[in-house]
Design a protein around this ligand. Structure first.
Ligand SMILES: [Zn+2]
Length: 113
């Protein structure tokens, strides 16, 4: 199984669903938590820095929120780290279950045996 276009070697490939529904990979809950938590953390950090620069420091609410967001990120990160092997297997079986692929670069379509 190759994850590249056989024509132009681009990794930008996507599965084509031709009627038969292919099971989607199981996305671990930790990843669902981790991604928004990282965004929130980033936002809070930017906000804190902005407040430090433009006023006299971030308020305690923002500081607490930043710490909470950081703890959530670390927790979700550890959970995701533990979920990662299962996620990889799930992702791999999804890739293998998909037989029809299309390249987003050159629009080449091919079928995997
Ligand atoms: Zn291609």
């Amino acid at each position: 199984m190759q994850y590249r276009c056989p024509k132009c070697q681009s990794p930008k490939i996507m599965p084509i669903s031709n009627g038969n529904t292919v099971a989607k990979p199981v996305v671990p809950k930790s990843l669902v938590i981790l991604i928004p938590a990282l965004f929130v953390l980033l936002l809070l950090v930017v906000l804190s820095i902005g407040l430090w620069i433009f006023s006299d420091g971030a308020g305690s609410t923002i500081q607490i929120a930043t710490v909470v967001a950081f703890v959530v990120c670390v927790g979700a990160g550890i959970m995701f780290w533990r979920d990662l092997p299962d996620f990889k297997i799930s992702m791999q079986s999804f890739m293998n279950a998909n037989k029809d692929w299309k390249c987003r670069e050159c629009h080449h379509e091919w079928h995997v045996q």
